[in-house]
Design a protein. Sequence first.
Length: 250
Amino acid sequence: MNNTINVNYMTRTYSNFLKNNEAKGNASKSPSFCDRVAEKSTTATETGKAGTVSAKDMTMDEYKQYIHEKISQIPMHPTRMSESISIHISEAGFEAMKNDPEYEAWVLNDLRTGWAQPDRWAGVCGGAYSTIYYGATKEECHAEMWSAGYQNGSGKSLFDGRAKDSFWECRTEQKKRTEAQIKKEQEKKRVREEANAKAAMEKSDAHRRLMSQWAKEAVYSDSVLAKSGAAATANAAYEANFVMADNGLI
C-alpha cells in the first residue's frame, strides 16, 4: 500500500458524499477495512477473547487503511478549502504507530491541531500546498508549505513531484467529478422542492375549492329545507282551514 496520503477539503466532501450516496451497479468488491475488523472481532468473540480489535490484531495493510480513515475524519478549518496536503509516513513510522498507541495518538493529534488553525493566505494566494512527513519518532516529523505562486507559479508542479506515486491524479479527477455531482444533486434537490411546493399549493387550492363548494351546497340545502318547511306549514294550515270549513266551524 502506498505510504503517501493526499488530503484536501474537496476530497473530504467527496468521501462524505460517497458515504451518503452509495454507487449503484458496482461490481462486487473485496471486503472493506470495517468488514475485516468486524470479522476479526467476531472470530475473537467466538474463541472466547474480547471482541475489541486493537491495532496489533491488524495486518499492516489493514492498519494503513485504518489510519487513512482516521485522517479523513479529522475536521479541517474552512479557510483551508484551497489547500492541498500530502502526508508521508515511512514504513518505520507505520510500525511505530501500530505498536505504540501513544505515538499514533500524537501523530493524529498533530494533524488535528494543525488543521484546526485558519489559513488566511491560501485563498489570497490562489491556493497553498504542504507536505507533512512522519517517521518512527517525533523528532523525524517535519513539514513544508508553499503557495501556488512559489518559484514563478511552479507551486502545483512542485507539489505533484513531492506527491509522486500517490493517488493525487485520481483525487484531482475525483474533485472535478465531485463538484459536478454536487451541483447535479443540488439541482435535483431544488427541482424536487419546487415540485413538492407546487403540489402542496395545488392540494391547498383544491381543498379550498372543495370547502367553498361544500359551503355553497350547505347554504343551498338550508335554503331548500327552509322553503320546504314553509311550504309544508302553509299546506298544513290550508288543510286545517279546509277541514274546519267542512265542519262548519268557520
